[in-house]
Design a binder for this molecule. Structure first.
Ligand code: SF4
Ligand code: SF4
Length: 454
């Protein structure tokens, strides 16, 4: 056996009371273990003396130790390919509305009042039936995206009813989620979305407290939206259906130099309004979109990574759901999955959900085709579909990166735009490993205390 090259580790943890210890993390299996400081050095030189047999088994099972002759990059890529071939969910993104009420400066879309007609919905359906005939699937997953998808709600409802009936006929699981600005997400509509359309997970962007959000996520006529959206979130998360149907609202905060100061107050606001244990929060940097210069005020990567740790810790301390550690990524995103497609309100087909309604990507090489034309006319080499070849060619830094198994390359679109897509984890993994360790420890302590009193 040899020590895998896909290992990350913290510094020695004496400062936090874990004397002579460090956390090691295998990105091949997304597993972390607290070990003696000396272990990694010993493994690196093949010295396995004195390693407890249980730990030794774990190190092999979790791929800290791998066969000597193994080409690890080839192995990871081959595992990814197998996982994709064996994937049993057909996942589609549908953007049934070309319209949005908001006029955010960083958006790369051109909006118009077009919504998927019945004829377009029939084409969505026909294409999905065709794809389902190409291999065995156990489930169908639909993501509703925009424009603002809820401006095309009647199309969503009609299409959902057809897809759900199709899944039922075939005994398949049906799941659905939505990326929405939250402006129209009133209780009545929320109930229909959950009960009729089976949309259970919602991503809503809030760019800080009202002071900053209302400078950025304003309507096209310049009106503020923070109070309306937050009221909607408070209303729907108070409904019994939210809890009973295990619905989930994830608050995304888009951050740059102009609003990072408003993230702490937003976390306070979420807590003060009783949304802890109801919503999750996560933090994203604003990047250029097809040359629109939206990333001109981006925070330096390391600064953002440091702030992200502070925000995650604050969320954790306030009982707001967070996700700290990445998982093994067998596929970077839909862009590289041949059977995963994005449809817009006109029946256009793309590989990436950022392409529809975009001047840069709406046509040309990024367009796979249109659902109203025969499939023989579709461009199977559309932009981003060849991400695996780009990865294997070494054109990005990913081929030699220790993070590859959990990252997959970040966002292929960013790379083709010339922006390295490395996620903050690359800069703050040591802190995240430690945060994750303490979260798990605390939750174990709580569980043991509960067991002791029951
Ligand atoms: S290429 Fe980037 S923007 Fe497009 S779907 Fe993948 S992760 Fe999202
Ligand atoms: S995007 Fe960055 S962190 Fe991710 S695999 Fe590529 S080089 Fe590594």
């Amino acid at each position: 056996m040899k020590l895998s090259k896909y290992i990350l580790s913290t510094d020695p943890l004496d400062e936090v009371g874990l004397y002579n210890k460090q956390i090691i993390f295998s990105t091949r299996t997304a597993t972390s273990i607290l070990v003696d400081n000396s272990l990694l050095g010993n493994l690196a030189v093949g010295n396995y003396d004195g390693i407890d047999s249980e730990l030794f088994e774990t190190l092999k099972q979790k791929e800290f130790l791998v066969p000597v002759e193994q080409d690890e990059f080839a192995h990871v890529i081959s595992q990814n390919k197998t996982a994709k071939e064996q994937g049993n969910f057909l996942s589609m993104t549908i953007q049934p509305s070309a319209n949005c009420q908001l006029g955010c400066h960083y958006c790369g879309q051109t909006h118009s009042k077009h919504y998927a007609s019945d004829a377009v919905i029939d084409k969505y359906y026909e294409r999905i039936v065709y794809l389902l005939s190409q291999k065995h699937y156990d489930g169908l997953a639909i993501t509703w995206y925009g424009g603002e998808p809820l401006t095309g709600y009647s199309s969503i409802k009609k299409a959902s009813e057809k897809f759900i009936a199709l899944a039922n006929e075939r005994g398949m699981t049906y799941i659905s989620d939505m990326v929405t600005n939250g402006l129209s997400l009133k209780p009545k509509l929320f109930t229909e979305l959950v009960e009729v359309c089976k949309v259970k997970t919602f991503q809503i962007t809030i760019d800080g407290t009202a002071e900053s959000h209302d400078q950025r996520r304003i309507t096209k006529t310049g009106e503020a939206t923070f109070d309306i959206i937050m009221k909607n979130i408070k209303d729907v998360t108070s409904m019994s259906i939210y809890r009973e149907q295990r619905a989930q609202i994830n608050i995304r905060v888009n951050i740059d130099k102009t609003n990072y100061q408003y993230v702490d107050p937003l976390i306070d606001y979420v807590k003060d309004n009783g949304l802890q244990r109801k919503v999750s929060m996560y933090f994203a940097t604003i990047v250029d979109f097809g040359g629109n210069d939206a990333g001109k005020d981006s925070l330096p990567k390391n600064f953002f990574a440091d702030k992200e740790i502070e925000w995650l810790l604050k969320c954790y301390e306030n009982d707001i759901f967070i996700s700290v550690m990445p998982k093994r990524q067998y596929s970077v995103c839909m862009a590289e999955k041949q059977d995963s497609e994005v449809y817009d309100a006109f029946g256009n087909i793309y590989a990436c959900w950022e392409f529809p309604y975009s001047e840069t990507y709406g046509s040309g090489d990024s367009l796979i085709g249109n659902l109203f034309f025969p499939k023989e006319t579709y461009n199977t080499n559309a932009t981003l579909r060849n991400w695996n070849e780009i990865l294997e060619s070494g054109a990005t830094w990913c081929k030699t990166c220790t993070h590859l198994p959990i990252c997959g390359g970040g966002c292929p679109k960013s790379w083709i735009e010339g922006t390295p897509a490395c996620p903050p984890f690359k800069s703050n993994y040591k802190d995240k490993l430690l945060l994750d360790y303490f979260i798990k420890k605390k939750s174990d302590e709580k569980r043991l205390a509960a067991e002791a009193t029951s």
